[in-house]
Design a protein around this ligand. Structure first.
Ligand SMILES: NC(=O)c1ccc[n+]([C@@H]2O[C@H](COP(=O)([O-])OP(=O)(O)OC[C@H]3O[C@@H](n4cnc5c(N)ncnc54)[C@H](O)[C@@H]3O)[C@@H](O)[C@H]2O)c1
Ligand SMILES: [Zn+2]
Ligand SMILES: [Zn+2]
Length: 354
């Protein structure tokens, strides 16, 4: 029998949860409360964001072998119970979580490359996540919410952490030019964090005029919505060289190919946008060698990426206003997902729980 420390009011036996029972079929169910083990923490969820990955899960394109599942990997809340062996955390404390749970001991875990750990599972993707009143997380993966940071902003730590990792993986340096292909919510975060990292100039390309306007308002030096002018703009902005770093933030093979035409000799392409599994893009190895080009992938955010993302949020280094303006209660999850899929003006949906 696990001994738990829990909030003054005893925990309920069941909780409300949005269960994806089959593709495109959410059911609001009363399910048993997750039982934390000695090294686990039980979080009472306040907010949980939806993102493109949730859309893929919803449509049955990703993780469909895990259904029924409680999705949700961008959650924040307060600690409701602590396993016996947990130290350094307090009941009632505001927290979010690093959702990438590896074995903690293998070659990849030691290097904070947890996605390659053979036993890695992601909370809200492979196992039950934050679209419920409570979620269980190993204490080692708890990320405390910085003091005075709003809990709804803390729920954005996971998406911001993906960008923090991307900056590291791409080895972005002060004064480097960056071209961001795609100005969706993720492209916008790339833009904001690249500015913080000292990139200049930053060029953003998106055919959607509203997204392009958002990028301009977020501080892009050049914004391109007519793709036929992109090569020209990049050339002028970089003294004819091409960008030091090109970030693909859409997920199209044609753009991955174009990235190699827009990067400068000696520059790097950051592979970030997710193409269909099994899709292939073409590049000229000859050119990669002769021009000393780099191609670097980056996936998710984990370990310090999460803690550093929290620090950036706590100190207002990213403007997240546009990410917290569309909020639905848990009971309306199906409607929230439908709106998120149908309306491209919605940059992010957050679910308010409890
Ligand atoms: N690697 C990671 O860790 C990671 C993390 C989160 C998201 N992603 C991926 O990043 C990508 C972007 O995410 P998002 O939530 O912003 O997606 P999104 O679909 O909301 O936005 C994509 C944007 O790309 C624009 N676009 C379409 N065609 C374009 C083109 N030819 N040139 C330039 N822009 C074009 C669209 O108008 C849209 O604004 C997705 O592929 C997502 O799966 C990767
Ligand atoms: Zn996500
Ligand atoms: Zn491991």
């Amino acid at each position: 029998m696990t001994h738990l420390r829990e909030m003054a009011a005893p925990l309920p036996k069941t909780m409300k949860a949005a269960v994806l029972v089959a593709p495109e079929q959410f059911e609001l169910r009363e399910v048993p409360l997750p039982v934390p083990g000695p090294d686990d923490v039980l979080i009472k969820v306040k907010r949980c964001g939806l993102c493109g990955t949730d859309m893929h899960i919803y449509h049955g394109k990703y993780s469909s072998d895990r259904l029924p599942l409680i999705p949700g990997h961008e959650f924040s809340g307060h600690i409701a119970a602590l396993g016996d062996a947990v130290t350094g955390l307090a009941l009632g404390q505001g927290v979010t979580a690093d959702i990438n749970v590896g074995c903690g001991r293998c070659f990849y875990c030691r290097k904070n490359e947890v996605m390659n750990c053979p036993t890695m599972v992601q909370i809200g993707i492979h196992v039950d996540g934050g679209l419920a009143e409570y979620v269980r997380v190993p204490a080692s993966h708890i990320v405390p919410v910085a003091r005075d940071t709003a809990i709804e902003l803390a729920a954005l730590t996971e998406p911001v952490s993906c960008i923090v990792r991307a900056v590291r993986r791409s080895r972005l340096q002060l004064g480097e030019s960056v071209l961001i292909l795609g100005a969706g919510p993720i492209g916008n975060l790339h833009l904001q964090v690249a500015r913080q990292a000292g990139a200049a100039p930053i060029i953003v390309s998106d055919p959607n005029p509203e997204r392009a306007a958002w990028a301009k308002a977020s501080g892009a030096d050049y914004v391109v919505s007519d793709a036929s002018t992109l090569a020209d703009v990049v050339e002028k902005a970089t003294q004819g060289r091409g960008a030091d770093l090109v970030i693909e933030s859409v997920g199209l093979t044609a753009l991955y190919e174009q990235a190699f035409d827009l990067v400068r000799p000696g520059g790097r392409v950051l592979a970030f946008g997710l193409c269909d599994q099994g899709a292939h893009a073409h590049y000229a190895p000859f050119k990669v060698v002769l021009k000393e080009l780099g191609l670097q992938g980056s996936v998710a955010g984990m370990g310090d990426d999460m803690h550093d993302a929290m620090t950036l949020i706590a100190h207002d280094r990213v403007d997240l206003d546009a990410f917290v303006e569309t909020v639905y209660p848990l009971e309306r999850i199906a409607e929230a997902m439908a709106a998120f899929i149908a309306d491209k003006r919605i940059n992010k949906v957050q679910i308010a729980v409890g």
